[in-house]
Design a protein around this ligand. Structure first.
Ligand code: PSV
Ligand code: MN
Length: 393
């Protein structure tokens, strides 16, 4: 028997109330391209101010209670103090990203570097991140490597895979039982000829070799144009190895634009596979994280827009009439099945999300609530002097 629209809306509201979206600390810092990093008034000068800005996004959306850190960008003397600061503001520390892409030693690679001394250094950097996790209560070590080759013959492709497996194993061996190592892939950039973890298959192979605590991270901007990302989502869910998303959107390469800005339909199709795979549950092991840079737009509102875009795609996916879809699929009704999906996609879910926020004691429109709060003007006036945090600084 088919569910009614009302029943689907009620269960969508319950699922949306339980969904959480993790914010990247670096989204609040100055950012740009290799041509220019622009500075904006009020941008944080340290990780404490980044966490404070992230807490604003949570305050107005109610669904963004964690902030990921990037090490060494977010190194502080006392991580206990940073965690306590986060807790005071109603948020907590999420994934710890290990940065092995901004040190001269890593020009020819980090965990795959031909020189064992550089590999040792890169392993040590990851172990330092595990210490940050212990000090902050974080459970996810997120690994993205810039490693790769610009020219055929520059290094031996296969030896690099062996070195990668061995280095990852050295890091994995140091995980605590509650920790996960989540391995992100990206098809190109900064390497242009061959990347050492270029795709989900390579990431998955390394995760399978490592063990149950290793999972794949899918960054939506890290695929060749035309790639069917929801297929990858379905496949990784099937095998229980989808650890997290880095959500963003792209028109050309790894643009790191607001998620859902370039292709909201793709985001809906991804969330449809998530709902289909019962992976929206908070205990499913799949973390919904953002990885974005707001180069030309204000940062806190940019993050609010990102969160609401993920919520809209999720809400639409939750409204799919699953029984009708299954029936159409069983009977080979191609247009009927497609129509069921499109009906959900074409639903205006903004009133439903307004209801959700009201039920959580929040304003119906978080974007307007933030604008009216005066926070942007306050930080612009208060954060004067000192060095603004920036991507790469
Ligand atoms: C690499 O392009 C990446 O997606 C990784 O997640 C990095 O940690 C992040 O971007 C840096 O912005
Ligand atoms: Mn990413």
């Amino acid at each position: 028997m088919s569910t009614t629209t009302q029943e689907r809306q009620d269960s969508a509201l319950a699922a949306l109330a339980a969904q959480t979206i993790e914010l990247p600390s670096w989204a609040f810092a100055n950012s740009g391209t290799r041509f220019k990093v622009f500075s904006q008034r009020g941008v944080p000068r340290d990780p404490f101010e980044k966490v404070a800005d992230a807490a604003q996004v949570h305050l107005h959306t109610g669904v963004a209670p964690r902030v990921s850190l990037h090490i060494p960008w977010d190194l502080v003397d006392d991580f206990g103090k940073l965690s306590a600061h986060a807790a005071d503001l109603g948020v907590s520390i999420g994934a710890i990203n290990s940065n092995v892409f901004q040190d001269d030693d890593y020009m020819l690679g980090s965990l795959t570097h031909p020189d064992p001394a550089v590999r040792d250094k890169a392993v040590a950097q990851h172990l330092r991140c595990l210490d940050v996790m212990r000090a902050t209560g974080s459970t996810d070590l997120k690994v993205w490597l810039p490693d790769g080759l610009n020219y055929p013959g520059q290094d031996d492709i296969r030896s690099r895979q062996e070195r990668l497996a061995e280095s990852l194993q050295r890091v994995y061996a140091e995980l605590d039982p509650e920790h996960r190592l989540i391995l992100e892939y990206k098809f190109f950039e900064p390497a242009f000829y061959a990347t050492d973890v270029p795709d989900w298959g390579t990431s998955l192979l390394h995760c399978l070799a490592l063990g149950d605590q290793a999972m794949v991270v899918l960054d939506t901007g890290h695929h060749a144009p035309g790639t069917n990302i929801e297929f990858i989502v379905a496949q990784l869910l099937r095998i229980g190895r989808l650890g997290a998303f880095d959500f963003n959107s792209r028109f050309y390469a790894d643009d790191d634009l607001i998620v859902g800005a370039a292709d909201p339909f793709q985001l809906f199709r991804i969330m449809h596979e998530i709902v289909r795979g019962d992976a929206l549950r908070p205990d499913s092991g799949v973390r919904f994280m953002l990885d974005q840079c707001h180069n030309v737009e204000p940062k806190v509102p940019g993050q609010i827009r990102s969160v609401t875009n993920v919520q809209e795609a999720t809400a639409k996916a939750l409204l799919v009439d699953r029984e009708a879809l299954a029936a159409a699929q069983r009977s080979g009704d191609v247009l009927g099945a497609n129509g069921v999906l499109m009906d959900a996609y074409n639903t205006d879910v903004r009133p439903l999300l307004g209801d959700l926020r009201e039920s959580m004691g929040l304003a119906r429109d978080p974007y307007a609530a933030y604008a009216a709060s005066g926070y942007a003007e306050r930080i612009a006036a208060e954060r004067v002097g000192g060095a603004q945090a920036g991507w790469g600084a």
